[in-house]
Design a protein around this ligand. Sequence first.
Ligand SMILES: [Zn+2]
Length: 296
Amino acid sequence: MEQHGGEHMLAGAIWEKLGGTTIGLHLGQTDSSIDVSMPDERTHLTEEEILMLENTVNARIRMDAPIRCWFPDEEELKRLPLRKAPTVTEHVRIVAMGDFEMVACGGTHPASTGRIGLLKIISTIPAKGKIRISFVCGGRAVSLFQTYMRYADKAGAALSSPVEKLSAAAAELKYRLSEAEKRANRLETREILAKMEENGEDLKGITLCVLTMPETDSRAVTAAVSDYIGTKGRAALLCAGERLTFARSADVKIDMNELIKRVARGGGRPDMASGAGIPECVSVAKKILMTEGTGL
Ligand SMILES: [Zn+2]
């Protein structure tokens, strides 16, 4: 009854204040929704409109206006200012809530608007050219408020921030994290590159770097490898954790895409390929290069 009563109040307010026609209704286990068709066919409401609707409905709930249901005769029915035309022609049952909602409805309603308690709009999303407005009323609205407050308080404690400054604190934290990640990535790239420079060995006229290392950020590996093969006459066979990266300079003839496919699962371009494998894959690939040469 609380949810259904609230649906009437919300549909009435949207009709009166914004000219929106409620064409669909869903009363769910946790929240409910109405589909509203707007006169200008828009599919969203502004924050101000949502606030205005909530304030309008909640003020009317607090008025505790009587809710009345009756079967008017044909003459009376014609004169009633209904929100929309009834879908049936006989035994039309009308519900009126104060003087702000009047429509045909066969449902069960509370005795007065005060019994709806509270209405809170949860979301407004576009739905097939209409606006789907989800809401909760009464006990469900109170319970939702309690849940949100609990999460907001916990988030506030975790970020050492008052609840009203939470979004700014979260945005700042996200920015600092992203900057720290970039810095860490640059350091990691430099470290991998230094190891690669130390590990180069001569193989039939090219410098081949064969390196295995623990699991490392793949972006740092790719950046280091790209940097390494920027110098002519180089090739690299890397295994970081379970990720393989095979690459070579533009002037080297080895087809890394083909080579990686011969030793592991993976692929890519002739100059740089990646895949999943173990350190032995790198050793096997090196042996292939040693026996078959670098003119693959
Ligand atoms: Zn109803």
